[in-house]
Design a protein around this ligand. Structure first.
Ligand SMILES: [Zn+2]
Length: 259
């Protein structure tokens, strides 16, 4: 009887779901941004170009203020306390469920009883939820200040409505990339730290580093692949001491080493 221990897996689907949830919020705010831009600014800019004797631009800074106010109001709804909290909570709990299930399946093969109690877990999860609420809010705050700059600078520097609109659309793209980065980065970090806690709780002191084995794996992690490390002394990659998954956007995992 030599049943194979299932490998530690990376929850790609959980990362995708989380990324999609944040991006949906971003896109909703992006739509509102263009709507408010059309309503308050676009026509003024077009009119002032067609008739240079009309000093429309004088009043435009009040219009910008009204536009930004409307977008900020929408942001408070789209990124409300309740919505950001529930997105972060759903995400962190999904990583936890995935990891617990994965590790329990490994232990069954080794005929080891899974831990009945995990005293570290509640505060660990709560801290991760709190972190993620603030990351999602940062995406919103950065986006708001960036579109404010785009519109103010654009008007000051005499850009056309079409040019400003294009830059606004680009800022939405940037916020979407940030959402995607955070989703993958956080999935890896939380998974890595959680795995380390679970392994050590049941007396597994060493792990084998396993990369996701695709073309996106960075060389510094390829170098660690299949090496065994002690949780007391994890390796250094790019100048940081890291567990598998903890480096930026890392999708590597830790295989338990049973003595
Ligand atoms: Zn990696």
């Amino acid at each position: 009887m030599n049943k194979k221990v299932p490998i530690t897996r990376f929850p790609d689907a959980v990362a995708v779901t989380y990324s999609r949830a944040i991006r949906k919020m971003v896109l909703e705010l992006g739509d509102e941004t263009l709507k408010q831009f059309e309503k308050h600014i676009e026509l003024l800019l077009i009119e002032s170009r067609q008739d240079s004797t009309k000093f429309v631009v004088d009043g435009i800074f009040d219009s910008i203020k009204r536009m930004l106010k409307a977008i900020k109001n929408k942001a408070e709804i789209v990124f409300s306390e309740r919505k950001t909290q529930s997105a972060a909570e759903r995400f962190v709990k999904s990583v936890n469920r995935f990891n617990k299930h994965n590790i329990d399946n490994q232990l069954v093969v080794k005929v080891i009883d899974p831990a009945q109690r995990e005293p570290w877990l509640d505060s660990f999860l709560n801290n991760k939820i709190k972190d993620n609420v603030s990351y999602v809010k940062n995406i919103k705050d950065d986006y708001l200040s960036e579109i404010e700059n785009v519109v103010r600078d654009g008007v000051k520097e005499g850009r056309t409505a079409k040019q400003i609109r294009k830059q606004l659309v680009e800022r939405v793209g940037v916020a979407e990339s940030r959402a995607q980065f955070i989703a993958v980065d956080q999935t890896g970090s939380i998974l890595g730290q959680m795995t380390a806690e679970r392994h050590q709780q049941i007396g597994i002191d060493k792990f084998k580093w396993l990369t996701s084995q695709d073309e996106r794996v960075r060389d510094s992690h390829k170098a660690l692949s299949n090496e065994v490390f002690s949780y007391d002394d994890p390796p250094t990659a790019n100048g940081r001491v890291v567990l598998p998954g903890e480096d930026y956007r890392c999708r590597c995992v830790a295989i338990p080493v049973f003595d």
